[in-house]
Write a protein that binds this ligand. Structure first.
Ligand code: LLP
Length: 415
């Protein structure tokens, strides 16, 4: 458990605030973030990269709450976006457009227009037809689009197949062998300006070596491009650094950053990174209350008020999240399946957890700050959870719990 989430007198606290109080005041399910933990993670990154020109572009998809984006913007962050919607959020949160990089394989014309009109830093282009479209859109606006190519280095990230992105068989990036040709094509296009190179090989990586293998392949291309007179301003090495959910031992931020810096040693290009999970994952938890304890023939179930619509990671990736009772108590320890109220067998938060709990207890689902709220849905017409940010002893509601009427407000009945 991180230093920001700790037991005090048998009650789990976030910074100086009791999670029992938060559950009472805001109800459950409820996401709770620690401002200090978010700030700490960002600063670790910034300090580790000090001394080299760099831009930390927080991957908005990990958690796009405006309060989180605003906090990172104030700390100096840029942003990695994958949609026009994320761009609008960044701007609404006070982020600077000229610190935004735009990734993603399917950018629409409208998204390109929006990004060009606000002046983003760079489009991370993922295919030849995307180059053509961007050139056309920029030309029609009388503008020049700054681009880098997202190169697929064909490196095994050794992570869950759904979140591995740097292998040949993945849909991401341009093939390594085609990159040179596409750079030549891009450099000759009138409404594009080649400014960088980009790669991102996957998420929740727990070793440094695949990052370095990818960086080396990217750097070899940078050198080949230089020979041809295509000089790049920045090298974007993506995101992907993992966190500890259970017993993983990923490199700490400083170690990872140091390895990247070493790989770039002696080069003048600026460095861009796109971390998501490592900045927010362990800075957030999901609070949920036990509605019922049900003792089945083979298994005991703790039926909680959070479900796969609130936290999809267990159902989608069989992901592990530690669970702790907010109030420690003396009841008997039993093994539980922690499940939600949704009508699907896949609706589980955790399997086979030993817990000493009674009905009505509040549980903290740990490491839920990344890809928790951002992947939530309204399945089963369940309003999305509230989100709260704690700052020392202060508690801020940063997103109200959705109201059921909102969920069908834009629907229509026909005759
Ligand atoms: N840059 C690009 C282009 C990405 O596609 C991603 C994540 C990131 C940066 C940030 O990666 P991170 O530092 O967060 O690993 N929903 C999955 C994770 C999907 C990651 C998608 N891309 C999960 O819950 O584990």
């Amino acid at each position: 458990m991180s230093e920001y989430f700790k037991y005090r007198d048998d009650t789990l606290h976030v910074e100086k605030v009791s999670l029992t109080d938060i559950a009472q005041r805001f109800g459950t399910p409820c996401y709770v973030y620690s401002r200090a933990a978010l700030t700490d993670a960002y600063r670790q990154f910034a300090e580790a990269l000090q001394g080299r020109e760099h831009l930390i572009c927080y991957a908005v998809k990990a958690n796009p709450n405006l309060a989180i984006l605003n906090l990172f913007a104030k700390l100096g962050a840029g942003f990695d976006i994958v949609s026009g919607g994320e761009l609008q959020r960044v701007l609404a949160a006070g982020g600077a457009a000229n610190k935004v990089v735009f990734s993603g394989v399917g950018k629409s014309e409208a998204e390109m227009r929006l990004a060009l009109s606000v002046g983003i830093r760079c489009f991370n282009v993922e295919s030849a037809p995307e180059l053509d479209r961007l050139n056309e859109v920029a030309g029609s606006m009388g503008m020049i689009a700054p681009i880098s190519l997202r190169v697929n280095p064909d490196v095994d990230a050794k992570t869950h197949p759904y979140i591995s992105t740097g292998l040949k068989q993945n849909k991401f990036g341009v093939a390594y062998t085609e990159a040179l040709g596409l750079y030549r094509k891009a450099a000759a296009m009138p409404y594009l300006r080649v400014t960088g190179i980009d790669c991102h090989i996957g998420s929740q990586l727990t070793e440094v070596s695949p990052f370095i293998a990818a960086a080396e392949k990217v750097l070899a291309l940078v050198d080949q491009l230089k020979v041809e007179g295509i000089v790049l301003e920045h090298i974007d090495l993506g995101g992907g650094l993992g966190i500890c959910y259970d017993d993983e031992t990923p490199p700490v931020i400083a170690e990872y950053a140091e390895a990247l810096l070493q790989a770039l040693h002696g080069r003048s290009e600026s460095l861009i990174v796109e971390p998501g999970r490592v900045l927010v994952g362990n800075a957030g938890i999901l609070l949920t209350r036990i509605e019922y304890l049900k003792h089945g023939e083979e298994k005991n179930f703790a039926i909680v008020d959070a479900a796969m619509n609130d936290l999809m990671r267990p159902a989608l990736y069989d992901a592990f999240h530690a669970i702790h009772p907010v109030q420690k108590n003396e009841s008997t320890v039993q093994v539980y399946e922690v499940v939600g109220p949704i009508c699907e067998t896949g609706d589980f938060i955790a399997h086979g957890r030993e817990m000493a709990v009674v009905q009505g207890d509040v549980l903290a689902v740990m490491s839920a700050g990344a890809y928790g709220m951002s992947m939530s849905s309204n399945y089963n017409t369940r309003p999305r959870a509230a989100e709260v940010m704690v700052d020392g002893e202060h508690v801020h509601l940063v997103r109200e719990r959705e109201k059921t009427e909102q969920l069908y407000a834009s629907e229509k009945i026909i005759d």
